[in-house]
Design a protein around this ligand. Structure first.
Ligand code: GMT
Length: 381
């Protein structure tokens, strides 16, 4: 098949899933065209059968902001027409799915649209009245829709009241990257335990809860905190560490491509998010044998088994999360057993191959779907 994949070029989340799906499909012999505002970080080396198409919205004095969605739809239509694409796989509803529908219209209905819902496109921004009608249209009119967890599928039905199948295709773990062997000596000198958090530091991640958990744990057990990523709440988190006198024990590394090396020297991963449709960062930690302590929200219970490979606590319960962390740090055998169970679950339940099979099946289903509620008229091609 010839497949377009449209995504944000983010370090985590939908950008990672979209790029890894693209790479896996290309390895299976499909022709893959990635469309994004810049090269996604996971598209590092040269990949056979993968094209990259940069999407740029040209400025014009009349525009208050250059219309990215229109530029994206135009690029999709152009690439689809000139490379003979069968499918446009939109990752994240806004604006990727809506733009794909426009491209499909521009091509007289000849392009099939598969939309993958990732989380905040439904739970945070999608539900905002300024976007809701267009997200609803995108969900209704895509030829196939997938969601990264059962939780997200159910939330989509609840919020948008759409009457169509939505298939759950979980996030998966791509084959691990190379590990830098000695990063522990810089991250946590003096044999201290290492707690890690990786995110985009948006309010939904509750990074201050991470610092509060660490603040409690460090009073009882020698440890360091590694904060990987960047975003709006980083400055507040750094200020919290300074104001509470433990800034020397926290490393804010900023965005990192090689999170495998950080995870390889981590003892516990903290993810106290307000909501998380799946929690790809948790899965990545688990694949590196790091038990995850998270809030019991969204799709996280589909990933982490409480008391088996991690702990799930009520949202905002930093006391319970600190207690869980101390339990694991004090009991090395238990922590190792949790780590092994986590890795086993990550590499079997969320292995790449069977999950990419599911995406291929979704494409096949989309190719055979004929019903569009919008009348596209004659094919202008
Ligand atoms: O907020 C983020 O974490 C980024 C966001 C995205 O779309 O880039 O992540 C969402 O998609 C990931 C991949 O499917 C999921 O694993 C994350 O749980 C989800 N984030 C939230 O629901 C907050």
């Amino acid at each position: 098949m010839r497949i377009g994949i449209s995504c944000y070029s983010t370090f985590g989340g939908s950008g990672v899933v979209a790029t890894e799906v693209g790479k896996a499909l290309a390895a299976r012999g499909h022709e893959v065209h990635l469309l994004s505002p810049s090269v996604p970080p996971r598209l590092l080396g040269f990949e056979n059968r993968v094209w990259f198409h940069e999407v740029t919205a040209s400025p014009y004095p009349l525009f208050e902001a250059a219309p990215f969605s229109i530029a994206l739809a135009s690029k999709m239509a152009d690439v689809a027409e000139h490379h003979g694409l069968d499918i446009m796989h939109a990752h994240y509803a806004i604006p990727h799915a809506s733009a794909a529908l426009l491209a499909r219209m521009a091509l007289g209905g000849k392009l099939k649209v598969v939309t993958t819902l990732h989380g905040t496109d439904i739970t945070v921004v999608g539900a905002d009245p300024s976007y809701l009608p267009m997200v609803k249209l995108a969900i209704r009119e895509s030829d196939a829709v997938t969601a990264v967890s059962a939780y997200l599928r159910d939330e989509t039905y609840r919020t948008f009241k759409v009457d169509r199948p939505i298939e759950v295709i979980h996030n998966f773990i791509a084959p691990p990257e190379t590990i830098t062997p000695d990063c522990r000596s810089w991250l946590a000198p003096c044999e201290a335990s290492v707690l890690t958090h990786i995110s985009n530091f948006r309010p939904v991640k509750r990074v201050l809860d991470v610092l509060k958990v660490f603040e409690k744990v460090r009073k009882e057990h020698p440890c360091r905190l590694v904060m990987v990523g960047d975003g709006p709440d980083r400055a507040e988190a750094e200020a919290y560490a300074r104001d509470h006198g433990f800034e020397d024990d926290v490393r804010f590394t900023g965005k990192q491509l090689d999170i495998g090396s950080v995870l390889a020297c981590s003892d516990v991963f903290l993810l106290p998010s307000a909501t998380e449709s799946f929690g790809l960062a948790a899965l990545e930690a688990m694949a590196h044998r790091v038990p995850v302590i998270a809030s019991r929200v969204g799709g996280l219970p589909e990933v982490i088994r409480h008391g088996v490979d991690g702990f799930l606590e009520p949202l905002g319960d930093v006391d319970a999360m600190a207690e869980d962390t101390l339990t694991l740090l004090r009991d090395t055998r238990m922590r190792k057993a949790f780590g092994l169970a986590a890795q086993e679950r990550a590499l079997t339940t969320f292995a790449e191959d069977p999950i990419v099979d599911q995406y291929e099946a979704a494409y096949d289903a989309a190719m055979t779907r004929t019903k569009h509620t919008v009348d596209f008229g004659a094919n202008p091609r």
